[in-house]
Unconditional design. Structure first.
Length: 263
């Protein structure tokens, strides 16, 4: 199968598209102009101003901690969970009078999936969904996977996902670089365990271990890109400008169960 055939471009998200992504028939799905580009420009200007008070996350800046950074850190967990609903309300306020992009995505997922969609809970509390991520010039994400079961703390045990996808709604894109790169390659749990913990958080695989060919996606403002995060993926280095996205993860436990959303 040609690598480009594993990228699906669709006008509408439906259950079949999502099922094919969770089952790894697709590496990624792109929905052009999922969010109105004019709305995205106005929203990104406001979020760029807010990012001055960002939470440092290493490779990017964000307005909220990420799940992997708090799953085993009790000191940061309360801050993360306390941010869940204020995060949603702030994005709605910034987006007004237009819809919040993350609300639009949640409703779309809920309507498309037989079992609906809702927020993931940690210790009975709702987690944030829709983190703002700012990537500046010279920032990049090395090849990695995002796999919840490798990162979850004790209070999340028993959440057995059949599939996990990462979602990004692009509110602004870099002038040069910053593309989403993906390989038709999965590092199994057994292989990952054999790496001796050198890649904490499923992060930072050596490119020499990966197939030579990769898929490179260049999203445009307003696009929604969803990737099955079991596939190794990366963000190419930004060489000019900056990009900002609203991001998160969606997990499946089967078509009759609600999708779980978190950041």
């Amino acid at each position: 199968m040609e690598l480009h055939s594993k990228l699906a471009t669709v006008d509408v998200l439906d259950e079949q598209v999502l099922a094919d992504l969770f089952s790894m028939k697709h590496i990624a799905v792109r929905v052009p102009h999922f969010y109105n580009p004019a709305y995205a420009k106005t929203l990104s200007d406001l979020l760029y101003q807010e990012i001055d008070n960002a939470v440092a996350a290493g490779i990017y800046e964000s307005n909220v901690d990420s799940y992997w950074s708090v799953a085993k850190d009790n000191r940061r967990r309360d801050r993360y969970l306390d941010a869940a609903l204020p995060l949603q309300r702030r994005l709605r306020r910034f987006s007004a009078p237009h819809p919040s992009p993350i609300d639009l995505l949640r409703v779309t997922l809920d309507e498309a999936w037989q079992g609906g969609a809702g927020l993931l809970r940690m210790g009975g509390r709702k987690t944030p969904f829709g983190a703002t991520r700012l990537w500046r010039t010279n920032s990049e994400a090395l090849p990695h996977q995002d796999v919840l079961r490798r990162e979850q703390g004790e209070d999340m045990k028993g959440i057995d996902l059949l599939g996990q996808i990462g979602v990004n709604i692009y509110l602004d894109v870099a002038e040069e670089g910053g593309g989403l790169e993906a390989w038709d390659h999965v590092v199994s749990d057994e292989e990952y365990a054999g790496l001796g913990g050198r890649y904490e958080g499923s992060y930072g695989y050596d490119r020499e271990r990966l197939p030579g060919r990769s898929l490179l996606i260049h999203p445009q403002v307003g696009d929604l890109v969803m990737i099955n995060t079991a596939y190794v993926h990366a963000v190419r280095k930004i060489t000019a400008g900056r990009r900002i996205t609203v991001s998160g993860f969606v997990g499946s436990r089967g078509s009759e169960q609600p999708l779980l959303c978190w950041s």
